[in-house]
Design a protein around this ligand. Structure first.
Ligand code: GAR
Length: 195
């Protein structure tokens, strides 16, 4: 069985989509071995209770450096034999410690068509710019914010004037595209599953 770690900072709808996809077989023969959360008030922690998933909550301010908390996380991930780290709304740059320990095994989902609209407000930035084609990107994580080789993208046109509608559509796409991509990376490798 393949072991995933999910890193999140907030609501956790993408985390939950991954757990659901494991339950309904979209992600085959896998489990979330650890949920890593950097904010103790994040709602994603509540969601994890439903699935009985092990959670590591930490406060970066309790550590003297990024390397210090990432070293602790790497130890945990290695003890659990984690295969793939999936960032799901984890609002923190990944440091060298994690990047070196999990080379090409850390992926991220971003709510815009990279390389446009990087950062924490991808949806609103794209809306305020006035784009007519929006989308979602899944990419390998590098030391650059929302950088790294692109794995999958999905786009849609929108000519309305309501950012909430855009956000809703983005999340709808994310919750399908992320699980499918994870399954593909874990060894499914069928392009048909993206249609
Ligand atoms: C998602 O839309 C994800 O694409 C975005 O955070 C949201 C988390 O939602 N990530 C980024 O903006 C990364 N730069 P969730 O907590 O409900 O999964």
């Amino acid at each position: 069985m393949k072991k995933l770690a999910v890193f999140a900072s907030g609501n956790g709808t993408n985390y939950e989509a991954i757990e659901q996809a494991i339950q309904n077989g979209v992600i085959e023969d896998a489990c979330v071995a650890l949920l890593v959360v950097d904010k103790k008030e994040a709602y994603v922690i509540e969601r994890a209770k439903k699935y009985g998933t092990k959670v590591f909550v930490f406060n970066p301010k309790d550590y003297e450096s990024k390397a210090a908390y990432e070293t602790e996380i790497v130890t945990m991930l290695e003890e659990l034999s984690v295969d793939l780290i999936c960032l799901a709304g984890y609002m923190r740059i990944i440091g060298e410690t994690l990047l070196n320990a999990f080379k090409k095994r850390i992926i991220n989902i971003h709510p815009a068509l990279l390389p446009s609209f990087k950062g924490a407000h991808g949806i609103l930035d794209a809306f305020n710019y006035g784009v007519k084609v929006y989308g979602v990107t899944i990419h390998y994580v590098s030391s650059e914010l929302d950088g790294g080789e692109i794995i999958r993208q999905k786009a849609f046109e929108y000519y309305g004037n309501n950012p909430n509608e855009v956000e809703e559509k983005i999340h709808e796409i994310e919750h399908v595209l992320y699980p499918k991509t994870i399954n593909w990376l874990l060894g499914g490798f069928s392009n048909e599953s993206f249609n």
